[in-house]
Design a protein around this ligand. Sequence first.
Ligand code: GLN
Length: 551
Amino acid sequence: MKNKNWSKDAKYIFVFGGVMSGIGKGVSASSIAKIIQARGYSVTSVKIDPYVNVDAGTMNPTEHGETFVLSSGLETDQDMGNYERFLNIKLPPTNYMTTGSIYQKVIERERNLEYKGRCVQIIPHVTNEVIETIEKAAENNKADFVVIEVGGTTGDYENMLFTEAARQMKLQHDENSILYVTISYVPYPEKTGEMKTKPTQQAIRSLNSAGIQTDIIIARSSVPIDQKRKEKIALFCNIKKEAVISAPDIESIYEVPINFEKDNLSELILKKLNLDSRESDLSEWEGFIQNMKSATEEVKIGIVGKYFGTGECVLTDAYISVIEAVKHAAIAEDRKAKIEWLSSEEYENHPEKLGELRKYDGVIVPGGFGERGIEGKIATIKFVRENKIPYLGLCYGMQLLVLEYARNVLGLEDAHTTEIMPETTNPVIDIMPEQKDNLKNGNYGATMRLGDYPCEISEGTLAFEAYNKVKVKERHRHRYEVNPKYIEKLEKAGLIFSGKSPDKTLMEIAELSKEEHPCMFGSQFHPELTSSPLYPNPMFRRFIKAVKEEK
Ligand code: GLN
């Protein structure tokens, strides 16, 4: 049998956004991938971020949303998290690109004389780099299908390069290997009481002017698209009526694949790509949805962070993986999570308000950087420790758990992290020596511990109850560590380091003994990054179990 040429034989589905952003393009792209995967194909997803940043590591989460870290350590867009959660796969770094990363590669090649003296041009050299990156995703992942989400909205100056690459790919591959899908917004102005298709028509026209005729339109709206509107979109956008898919607002993003199938989307995609129909199996996914719907008893979780001060909008996008991980774990424990955002700065300035934490069944301090609100977080941790409210600390939330213990139990009043107070006499959280040199030289990019690292868990601990095994691997994104000089003292004072790096130098999980607290632990890694509906992360699951029991 001839060897499969993955990049040549794969089917590529490009997903564009029409009219405006923020209408769930990432979830739609994930859901398309999901329903194809349910047909028994191997599917992978690629995200194109049109920013000039080389990766998402330098982007502010309040602007760009959460930075999702891949197991390789690459810092990417939050949509990569959606793909991993929907598809239950781990994505390699080749599945993410930005304008910056593409140009960086082209410029490197140019400096290496790889273009052999030719003028290097956007077309074809830069577009070829894009195409090559997409094809590599098919190869690296041995994928029958690659779903490529083109960031931004059609007509944006910023994503023209990628739209052009998408056009060219159709010329380079078999006619029925490439499919274009546009997720478009159909407004429903209350006053007129009628859905308006004009913006979608314009979006499709701008794609047309880039040489692309969309094959499918997914019409996002507050309500389902009626037949009349479907016909109108079909006529004006030059596609068949069956290729207009209705995508109304729904309660949970996880229902989107099921909703797409109500309009036979996967069948349509296979037909358009000249593939025989195959049985679809979404049963596991449907089982999850069923559990989600039957879990009605609420648990109230407070997330204490710096981005949700009074008067500021709640930036749920910055914590999307945390939110989803809480939901997955709650559903697995037959509960419905009600998440509330609490401002650590409020607690810092008004400690009398800490009492309101008693209203919560569990408290989380998520990852973070910098000084803002840090004393409020430490006060929160003290309060939940003393009042025996279940607590889960994520990265910074673990470091602060250790600091609080050092200050209030071990008695080192000025215990601090050198991230905030470099001159403290008790640097309980400190940067590792090899990182220090990089930082001194202003080489910030090289100072983070990123991606998968192994952790070994001690038996008989809360962490072991969570994972039920010794060797685990989780994702990291941090610079600071528990200072080895304080480990023995902290342990003597009662703190348990239940997870450590295999060489025992780095503290990965810290927890309180069960005599001291029903469930208080935190991890140096980010457990939220590996949670999915079908496989909730064990740390979150153990936390929610305690929340349920203590309620
Ligand atoms: N600021 C801390 C560090 O750099 C924690 C980082 C985080 O929470 N992701 O180590």
